[in-house]
Design a protein around this ligand. Structure first.
Ligand code: G3H
Ligand code: 13P
Ligand code: ZN
Length: 333
C-alpha cells in the first residue's frame, strides 16, 4: 500500500474548491509515454498551473501500471527541478470501469480515481460508485463519478448517441454516492470526430465544419441543483485545424475531424466546470510534428530527432490550453 501523499501528489479537493470559486478549470491531460509527461510537466511548471495527470485503462495496458506510477512520482521531482517549488500534481485514473481497478490504483498511490458507471442502469451506477467512494475516501483519495453517456467511445463503453445528463438525477446521485466531482454529458464526446458532418453546418468562407453548440442550458440546470459542486467535462479536445492540416499535408488522413470550439470551453471553465479532459489534442500535436519531421527529414532515424519536436509541439498546445482556454495559470504558486 502506497499513499499518494508520500509521492508528493495531491488529491483534487483543494484544486476544485479554488477553481469553482475562481471561475477557471484544472487541465486533465492523459499520458501514455515519457514525452507527453515531460511536455505536461514543463507546461504546468512554466505556467504554475495545477494539473491532473490522467491514466486510462488503455494507458495502463500500454505502458505498464507500475512504470506509469513511478513516472508520476518522478514528475513531482522533475517539476521541482524546473523551479516549481510547490507542484500541485494529481495522479488520476481515467474511466475506471470496476471496483477492483479503482482499488488497485488507490493502493498503488493514485490520488484520485474515476469510476465510470455511466453505461450501467442508474441504481447499479449508484451502488458501484458508492463502493468506490467508501474505499477511496478511507485513504483520502477523491472520486469522480459520471451520469449521462457521451457519444463515441468511452474506453470500452460504446454508445451510438449521446444521452445528456438528467439534471433531476444529480442531487440523488451525488448524495447517495458521496462523489467528489461529477462528469456530465452536454454534447462533448471522445476522439477527433466529435460530430458527424450532418450534425454540423459549414462555414461558407473556409468550408470547414462548424459543430453544434454544447447544451449550456443543461449545465445551468445542473449548477442550479448543485451549487458550487465540481463538474467535469470529458471529450473536450478542440481538434485544432492547423494540426489536422499538417497531418493531412504530410500523408495523414483525417477528413472532417472536428472538436469543441475553444470559445465554448472558455465559457464552461468560468462555470462550475472545474476539470476539463484533453487527450486527443495531444495525440494530434504529437502526430503532426512526427509526420512533418519524417516528411522533411527522410534520412533521420534517431527517435529523439522526431520525438523532440513532438514534445515541443505538445508543450506549446498544453500551455495554450492552460493560459488561453482554462485560465489555470498562476493558480499553483
Ligand atoms: O477517454 C478516453 C481517453 O482519451 C483515453 O483513451 O483509452 O485510448 O487511452 P485510451
Ligand atoms: P478528448 O478525446 O476530447 O481529448 O477527451 C479526452 C477524455 O475525455 C479523457 O477522459
Ligand atoms: Zn473521458
Amino acid at each position: 500500500m502506497v499513499n499518494y501523499k508520500d509521492l508528493g501528489l495531491v488529491n483534487t479537493k483543494d484544486m476544485f474548491a479554488k477553481a469553482v470559486k475562481g471561475g477557471y478549470a484544472i487541465p486533465a491531460f492523459n499520458f501514455n509515454n515519457m514525452e507527453q509527461l515531460q511536455a505536461i510537466i514543463m507546461a504546468a511548471a512554466e505556467t504554475k498551473s495545477p494539473v491532473i495527470l490522467q491514466v486510462s485503462k488503455g494507458a495502463r495496458n500500454y505502458a505498464n501500471q507500475t512504470l506509469l506510477r513511478y513516472m508520476a512520482e518522478g514528475a513531482v521531482a522533475y517539476a521541482k527541478e524546473l523551479g516549481w517549488e510547490k507542484p500541485q500534481i494529481c495522479l488520476h485514473l481515467d474511466h475506471g470501469d470496476s471496483f477492483e481497478l479503482c482499488k488497485s490504483c488507490v493502493d498503488m498511490g493514485f490520488s484520485s480515481v474515476m469510476i465510470d458507471g455511466s453505461s450501467l442502469p442508474y441504481d447499479e451506477n449508484v451502488a458501484l460508485t458508492k463502493k468506490v467512494c467508501d474505499y477511496a475516501h478511507q485513504h483520502d483519495v477523491t472520486v469522480e463519478g459520471e451520469l449521462g453517456v457521451l457519444a463515441g467511445v468511452e474506453d470500452e463503453v460504446a454508445s451510438e448517441e449521446s444521452h445528456y445528463t438528467k439534471p433531476e438525477e444529480v442531487i440523488d446521485f451525488t448524495s447517495k454516492t458521496g462523489v467528489d466531482s461529477l462528469a456530465i454529458s452536454i454534447g462533448t464526446s471522445h476522439g477527433a470526430y466529435k460530430f458527424k458532418p450532418e450534425q454540423c453546418t459549414r462555414d461558407p468562407k473556409t468550408g470547414k465544419l462548424v459543430p453544434p453548440p454544447l447544451a449550456f442550458d443543461v449545465l445551468a440546470e445542473i449548477e442550479k441543483k448543485l451549487p458550487g459542486f465540481p463538474i467535469v467535462l470529458h471529450g473536450s479536445s478542440s481538434v485544432p485545424q492547423d494540426e489536422v492540416d499538417t497531418i493531412n499535408k504530410f500523408g495523414g488522413k483525417l477528413p472532417d475531424a472536428v472538436g469543441i470550439p475553444e470559445e465554448q470551453l472558455r465559457q464552461a471553465a468560468k462555470s462550475a466546470v472545474c476539470k476539463i479532459n484533453i487527450d486527443s489534442d495531444s495525440r494530434l500535436a504529437m502526430t503532426a510534428a512526427i509526420r512533418q519531421t519524417f516528411a522533411e527529414k527522410p534520412g533521420e532515424f534517431d527517435p529523439r530527432k522526431y520525438l523532440g519536436p513532438a514534445r515541443d509541439n505538445m508543450k506549446k498546445m498544453y500551455m495554450h490550453k492552460i493560459i488561453n482556454v482554462l485560465g489555470s495559470d498562476g493558480k499553483a504558486c
